[in-house]
Design a protein. Sequence first.
Length: 200
Amino acid sequence: MSETPKFTVIDRRKFKADEEHEGQQPAATPPEPGAGPRLVVSEPKPAAKPEPAPEPVADAEPAIELPPAPTAEESREQKMAYDVAAQRLEDLIRAQNPAMGPQPPIGFEHLVQQFYVSAMIQMGAGAQDGQRPRVDILGARTTIDLLGVLADKTRGNLTEAEDRTLQTVLFEVRMAFMELTSMITLQGMQPPQPPPLGTR
């Protein structure tokens, strides 16, 4: 059964070419032995060339409509308003806590430290005594990968101290991650999740 359609298609092409040569419906061009097959064989190949059309579709995917970027003037005014609001908040806090000194300016090391603390907490550090640590191993991996992105994107733009801090933190969190995943593998258990407590 599967051979019949193949022969039919081949024969139909031959019959059409033969009919045109016999004069049943003469072709526009003078009867030439290669005219019929040339039309049938050569036209499907150019028709297959529009396949590159998906490339513009792929290019269209990133073209998400974004709001226009703020102008330099708008950014400057917003930064000034933000600084005023932040200073107002600090004044209120210091009025309630007179012994507290002014807050140090935020620097690159604070950003790295924030990532470090987040990653370590996601890997179960900081649990209180008697409590089972809650581990978010996938969240920890994301945080560590973000630190890696930060290292890649700031390469060559950091001071020696900033680069040393970033590389040291990256080394430590990656080591902690490898130790934790090794423990999970050796114990043959699934990534830790908060255990059901008590009566269930």
